[in-house]
Design a protein around this ligand. Structure first.
Ligand SMILES: Nc1nc2c(ncn2[C@@H]2O[C@H](COP(=O)(O)OP(=O)(O)OP(=O)(O)O)[C@@H](O)[C@H]2O)c(=O)[nH]1
Ligand SMILES: [Mg+2]
Ligand SMILES: [Zn+2]
Length: 346
């Protein structure tokens, strides 16, 4: 008797073919027996809590789902899945994860990489004004570029920079952001408290799947609260400027009323940057790479080599020397980690 393959089996089957063709980027589906569970359906992962995921069905109802053991990767916020409702109301099981068009990964347990969020179109990197660290911005921008995700830089808590005493500080910050604008990145100063810059930021989110990242306490959840008013979103109890303990514990997807989704993240200490050898990091420094091709040595580290065009550009004031400090720090950390782990400063 010919039986139609279920969607999960179809995903499983296709994955099998991909493995055979050497492209192992697909995930496995299970072989759940329909007698024990409801019919297969599509769903969206809102959050993953280790052994369980919160899945939303096409009607907007939410279910707590276990993951079939044959699925060999953890679901992440933003994943499209095939799942079945279980016998207990409000519960179910994820049978397969659809291929991701993008993902951001971090080192997980037992040497495995864990997906932070999936199917993201845009990364919004949030800083607090006292912690705009170029090296950190560069790390996020490179990871996003390698993952094929557009990234923008946002400095929140603009309200605390008011007043004469912060004048030179404001100017310095704006100078730093200009370096990135010249490279073609969008940057913006905003305030979740005063609302400054938020209409612009909202426009950037509409119709997209956006992931908010940034160190603990920079105000990611506070920004989300501006858009999502019908859900309880916990915000940290720290001073306007200052480190808080981590408040948000897992990445979580919210639907924007204007259309599109936004994912709040937390506690990312390192990201995956696999497949980029240290000497190729410069390709992702848009302001430095245009000189790198003119160095005498093709494998120039732009450090102390003779006839280094990058060093010459720095000497002529065409490249900010801090750009090279950041470049070398990233290249060195990749060399040290050996597996493409990119630590984000704490
Ligand atoms: N002055 C000022 N404070 C802000 C602003 N946005 C957030 N805060 C404060 O900063 C603190 C941290 O905010 P959260 O939104 O919890 O920060 P988070 O980035 O989500 O932090 P984690 O969840 O720990 O990663 C809270 O006390 C907020 O009230 C702002 O625009 N201006
Ligand atoms: Mg938070
Ligand atoms: Zn060089």
């Amino acid at each position: 008797m010919l039986r139609r393959r279920t969607t999960a089996q179809e995903l499983n089957f296709r994955q099998h073919r991909r493995i055979q063709s050497g492209r192992r980027q697909f995930l496995q589906g299970g072989d759940a027996s329909p007698e024990q569970n409801g019919p297969e359906q599509n769903g969206l992962v809102l959050a993953n809590y280790g052994f369980n995921s919160e899945v939303e069905n096409e009607q907007g109802e939410r279910f707590r789902c276990a993951v079939r053991e044959t699925v060999d990767s953890s679901p992440a916020a933003g994943d499209q899945v095939v799942w079945r409702p279980g016998k207990t109301a409000g519960q179910g099981v994820i049978e397969a994860i659809s291929p991701r068009h993008s993902e951001l990964r971090r080192p997980g347990t037992q040497g495995r990489w864990q997906t932070v969020a999936a199917n993201i179109d845009r990364l919004v990197v949030i800083f607090s004004p006292d912690r705009f660290v170029m090296g950190l911005a560069d790390r996020y921008l490179i990871v996003a570029a390698v993952a094929g995700i557009e990234a923008i830089l946002v400095v929140n808590k603009q309200d605390v920079l008011q007043g004469k005493e912060f004048r030179s500080y404001r100017q310095e910050l704006k100078r730093d952001l200009k370096i990135y604008r010249r490279m073609g990145y969008l940057t913006q100063l905003v305030s979740a408290h005063s609302g400054k810059g938020l209409p612009w930021l909202t426009e950037q989110l509409v119709g997209r799947n956006t992931l908010l990242v940034g160190q603990s306490g920079v105000g990611k959840s506070s920004l989300i609260r501006h858009w999502i008013t019908d859900e309880e979103i916990r915000v940290g109890q720290v001073n306007a400027i200052g480190r808080g303990r981590q408040t948000t514990s897992a990445a979580r997807l919210y639907h924007l009323p204007q259309g599109g989704n936004i994912i709040d993240s937390a506690g990312i200490r390192a990201l995956a940057l696999q497949g980029i050898p240290a000497h190729r990091v410069v390709d992702y420094f848009r302001d430095v790479s245009k000189y790198a091709g003119k160095c005498r040595f093709s494998d120039c580290r732009h450090d102390a080599e003779p006839n280094c065009a990058v060093q010459a550009a720095v000497a002529k004031g065409k490249v900010d020397p801090r750009r090279l400090v950041s470049l070398h720090a990233i290249a060195d950390s990749l060399e040290v980690s050996g597996d493409g782990t990119l630590l984000l400063q704490d």
